[in-house]
Write a protein that binds this ligand. Structure first.
Ligand SMILES: NC(=O)c1ccc[n+]([C@@H]2O[C@H](COP(=O)([O-])OP(=O)(O)OC[C@H]3O[C@@H](n4cnc5c(N)ncnc54)[C@H](O)[C@@H]3O)[C@@H](O)[C@H]2O)c1
Length: 409
């Protein structure tokens, strides 16, 4: 190719790219106006459907938007959800993202696919509500890529860690910022519950399902190790390390993200963790018990502990140099270190997921900041990936802020 034709190709590419950019900018601008928003769903399993129920509830409350498109790699679920929501059915995310009626997408596919669908959506200029965990534990490089692209874009991005919109944590943040507990130095949080219903108990719609035109096994695998089709891996993917990670990736994003938000934490400097399978064995590969200690450069330690083998759980406690805050069922208990008077701050009842979806859809309209934005998601997921790496390598994971890299010592 001559220099001239290379230049003109480059110029054509540039013009095409700037036309696409202008179209995206115009579409985003339209979202601030009174026009109805078009919502798309990628992944119409259990979670995708319950998120759409919250959108429908907000619509009843006056939200000006419609669910216009659904995508799923398994045709029976796609058809059922599309019929229920009266939305257009697409069998791939690429087709859904080309639909000009879609302004914002909810991503509720298995963990390993989130980052790919999120990158595709950001590149298409759609606003994104992406379920937690932001990536699979083996995808740290993709996590960095996503954080970079979201920062460089104008899209509104919310991670599905709904406790970031929990009035309890938002109120705790206000009291902490006012100095109610002095300088925060220590957090104990996590989750104990009994049962492996979330993994082994996932519904297998059809035990005789086969990979083919109605079930896209390749799209499910994405960058996971290539394997022949397996019905249990497809429907009960939370049992396997290739697609999930147990409590640290499935449950702890919910408990770490609001702490990162309330305390304004950055990246941890080191994380040491131990995971174990004490109770649930057999085909299940992911740990059922997981404890992690995370040290932050601002001088805070976070202990995230829990097990699926025992349901005696506890309330998270944030300790500071002059007091402690316990996040209880319906109130915050603020206890000064040298007690003058303990205070219980009542928290009105609310639907946390609905508030989180509302927070996202409001930001889509105002082009504002979300409660669980990409910075929160990047920091939270980096800490959890470090915890998993520490557990697997039986070493301590260190984070280098400058190079944004993890090292195991
Ligand atoms: N925030 C929360 O409280 C919460 C609660 C439950 C689940 N989740 C998250 O939501 C996600 C989905 O969980 P779930 O329980 O609904 O799982 P699920 O298996 O029920 O749903 C996933 C759906 O994605 C589809 N799918 C698979 N590969 C696809 C592809 N390449 N393109 C399009 N669709 C594809 C599957 O067919 C399935 O219908 C998980 O990442 C989970 O961590 C979050």
């Amino acid at each position: 190719m001559s220099h001239e034709s290379r230049t003109s190709t480059r110029r054509r590419d540039f013009l095409a790219a700037s036309a696409a950019f202008t179209a995206v900018a115009r579409a985003q601008e339209a979202r601030t106006k009174k026009e109805r928003l078009g919502i798309g769903l990628i992944g119409s399993g259990g979670r995708g459907n319950s998120l759409m129920n919250e959108v429908l509830r907000l619509k009843e409350e006056g939200f000006a938007g419609d669910i216009v498109a659904v995508c799923d790699a398994y045709r029976p679920r796609l058809e059922k959800t599309a019929a229920r929501l009266n939305a257009k059915a697409y069998s791939t995310s690429a087709e859904l993202l080309k639909d000009p009626n879609v302004n914002a997408v909810f991503i509720a596919t298995p963990d390993r696919l989130h980052v790919y669908h999120a990158l595709e959506a950001v590149r298409a200029g759609k606003d994104v509500y992406c379920e937690k965990p932001l990536t699979h534990w083996s995808q740290f490089d993709k996590l960095k890529e996503l954080a970079g692209e979201v920062r460089a874009s104008k899209v509104v991005f919310q991670v599905g860690t709904q406790r970031a919109s929990d009035v309890m944590y938002l109120t705790a943040r206000t009291h902490i910022n006012k100095g109610a507990i002095g300088k925060p130095i220590h957090v104990v949080t996590g989750l104990f519950r009994q049962g492996d219903w979330g993994e082994r108990g996932m519904p297998v719609d059809d035990p005789n399902a086969q990979a083919g035109p109605d079930l896209n096994w390749e799209a499910f695998l994405a960058d996971a190790p290539k394997r022949p089709f397996d019905v249990s891996r497809y429907f009960r993917w939370r049992m396997y390390m290739d697609y999930s990670g147990g409590p640290v990736t499935d449950l702890y994003p919910h408990y770490l993200a609001p702490v990162v938000m309330a305390l304004g934490l950055g990246f941890p400097k080191r994380v040491a963790a131990i995971g174990a399978q004490y109770v649930f064995h057999g085909e299940r590969e992911v740990p059922d018990t997981f404890d992690a200690l995370m040290e932050y450069p601002s001088g805070v330690t976070v202990a995230m502990v829990g097990s699926q083998g025992n349901g005696e759980t506890f309330d998270p406690v944030i300790r500071g140099t002059q007091g402690a805050i316990t996040l209880r069922e319906s109130n915050l208990l603020i206890e000064p270190e040298r007690p003058t008077q303990n205070r219980a701050v009542d928290i009105p009842s609310f639907n946390m997921v609905r508030e989180h979806v509302r927070n996202f859809l409001t930001a889509v309209r105002t082009r504002g900041k979300t409660n669980a934005d990409i910075e929160n998601g990047y920091r939270t997921q980096t800490a959890l990936i470090m915890a998993m790496q520490s557990h697997l390598a039986r070493k301590v994971a260190q984070f280098d802020e400058d190079s944004q890299t993890i090292r195991l010592d």
